[in-house]
Design a protein around this ligand. Sequence first.
Ligand code: ATR
Length: 268
Amino acid sequence: MTDRYAVFGHPIAHSKSPLIHAAFAAQTGQDMVYEAMLAPLDGFAAAVTAFRDAGGRGCNVTVPFKEQAYALCAPSERAREAGAVNTLSFADGRMLGDNTDGAGLVADLTANLGVGLAGRQVLLMGAGGAARGVVGPLLRAGVAGMVIVNRTPDKAVALAAGFSGLGADVLGCGYHDAQGTFDLVINATAASLAGEAPPLAPTVFAPGALAYDMMYGRDTPFLAFARAAGARTADGLGMLVEQAAEAFLIWRGVRPLTAPVLQRLRAG
Ligand code: ATR
């Protein structure tokens, strides 16, 4: 029987995940289907449970349900660190939760964009769920220092404090308190959704710096700002494909090739 997977979110109609997983399945010869499912804002747990009970094997979880998914499942170590789950697997009546977002970002940076993370200085903008999911994986990839900046500085301070034991210098502060220049500047805020750029000084970019916006699908005010300041830019489409590949590996035990899928999405 064909195995069923899905992505749950609200909204979900725009999701590229069904396309990505269909391409992975075709490439690796896996007998599976993957569909986008709209869960009601107050009915995520019921929707996921019904999907599992109807024979679903696993699902991805996107905005705004990642924290709720975490509360529903037995979380992996990296899900615990992120405080959120984007990948659920159903086995023997258990719901296992993982978070592949951080691994997806690191894979996009290193494999697709050719950024060596070891020894780099990183400026991470935002202190919400999206930011929290990538701090640990970036630190473990060997960055030398990370400054987390947020509109509400206290949240950046608290986020940084939670990751102080991972070897690198991690500091949280407000936008205007970030000192120095950075090789990698990552936008993990929701500012792009509002058509805004975070209040960043154009002097934060080190020579050759990469500005990365986790959002994809349009040129964001942050990326336009970074380009004008001389930085190289990348959107989050590669991260989307890479986090999907990590989820596919968890479910199917096979790692798909991401480059042809990313290329196809970029071609539109
Ligand atoms: P997500 O799960 O996408 O991270 P979230 O947890 O609501 O969503 O966090 C949103 C993040 O974007 C926060 O860091 C928020 O800053 P505050 O903590 O100060 O609210 C940030 N954010 C949202 N809109 C922003 C804007 N226009 N400029 C800068 N930061 C913004």
